[in-house]
Ligand binder design. Structure first.
Ligand SMILES: *Cc1c(COP(=O)(O)O)cnc(C)c1O
Length: 378
């Protein structure tokens, strides 16, 4: 099965009892038992629910893993994965991980004695240098937010394997349509399905796929014990969104390439970050491990004032956090998603006041260009 077909026919796609071509929403909490312990595979919906299971089977197939899990948000998914570790364990993270992940590991899970370090994982040597005898895992995002830095997953997988570490990848930006970290040697893949997988800004969800029965048992144990599961209605909505992931990602890809070409012609725009640019550091690595460059672009318009002017005047770009939706979204990381990072650290990372991040959607790209231009030159 090729990937577009798998989006439609993967996992559990229909109802065997009625022939319905969409999985029913099993809006139920418990299941009748014929005798004590005699059930049809479901006992209680925190432990398992047929609609959620259909989604879990689908993401498992899309990522090529051995089990999938659906959580109430990306952060709930990340929390569950981190809770498979124990007091005294140490995990190495990409230095510009998603802000919520940074907050969780540096302000919450550290209180339970799980320690973390943040390094630029685009150089594998930095990971190697950060390994201690307590290190249990490496956790990577590629491309990152907002500077689209690339990490070589095969190299990290080799290092992790040789040192007995679990290799975790947050694959939210690329989606399983463009990138499959388990194929590159990762052990666990995480998604904020709130973004491209859902795709319509109408559901908050998180997914995990693992590559071994042992890890599956560990994740399911934490999931069932802590209870951050996705409800049946949102599971259904997510399956519906995933059916069109292929056409959306293809269209977003061509829209984004076209928008980058347009940005290159504007004198006000200085640096552009996009993995498809010839001079983008990591472009070649990205091309070996991903089939597309995705819909995220960051670029500098020179000053915070000009960035503010653009944000105030755009009509078709929605000023909002998040990404991966049908509508194009625009934000200024220094003032929004990355505002909690001290100004000096932001400068070191290259997150300037004039840096704008866009998530290109499915509007007519000519409208997006016209809209951006009028806002920039107002
Ligand atoms: C949004 C996001 C998350 C968190 O997911 P939620 O669904 O918002 O909880 C994690 N990682 C990345 C890369 C994200 O973009």
């Amino acid at each position: 099965m090729r990937k577009k077909t798998r989006l439609i026919h993967g996992g559990i796609t229909s109802d065997e009892h009625t022939g319905a071509v969409s999985v029913p929403v099993y809006q139920v909490s418990t299941y009748k038992q014929d005798g004590v312990g005699q059930h049809k595979g479901y006992e209680y919906s925190r432990t398992g629910n047929p609609t959620r299971f259909a989604l879990e089977e689908l993401i498992k197939e899309l990522e090529g893993g051995c089990a999938g899990f659906a959580f109430g948000s990306g952060m709930a998914a990340i929390t569950a994965v981190m809770m498979t570790f124990k007091q005294g364990d140490h995990v190495i993270f990409t230095d510009d991980v998603y802000g919520g992940t940074y907050r969780f590991v540096s302000k919450v899970i550290n209180r339970f004695g799980i320690e973390s370090s943040f390094v630029d994982t685009s150089e594998t040597a930095n990971i190697e240098a950060a390994i201690t005898d307590k290190t249990k895992a490496v956790y990577v995002e590629t491309p990152t937010n907002p500077l689209l830095k690339i990490t070589d997953m095969k190299k990290v997988a080799e290092l992790a394997k040789s040192r007995g570490l679990t290799f975790i990848v947050d694959n939210t930006f690329s989606t399983p349509y463009w990138q499959n970290p388990l194929e590159a040697g990762a052990d666990i893949v995480i998604h904020s399905a709130t973004k491209y997988l859902g795709g319509h800004s109408d559901v908050v969800a998180g997914l995990v796929v693992v590559n071994s029965e042992k890890t599956a048992e560990d994740v399911h144990f934490v999931m069932n014990s802590t209870g951050g599961v996705l409800g049946p209605q949102d599971s259904w909505l997510l399956m519906r969104g995933i059916k069109t992931l292929g056409v959306r990602m293809e269209e977003i890809e061509s829209n984004t390439k076209s928008f980058v070409e347009f940005l290159e012609t504007l004198s006000e725009v200085t640096t552009i970050y996009y993995p498809g640019l010839k001079n983008h550091k990591g472009r070649q690595v990205h091309e070996t491990q991903a089939g597309g460059y995705g819909g995220m672009i960051s670029f500098d318009v020179g000053s915070g004032e000009r960035a503010g002017q653009v944000l105030r005047n755009v009509k078709y770009f929605t000023l909002a956090e998040s990404l991966g939706a049908v509508e194009s979204l625009i934000s200024v990381p220094a003032m929004m998603t990355h505002a909690s990072i001290p100004a000096q650290r932001r400068a070191e990372l290259g997150i300037t006041d004039g840096l704008i991040r866009v998530s290109i959607g499915l509007e007519d790209i000519e409208d997006l260009k016209e809209d951006f231009l009028q806002a920039l030159r107002k």
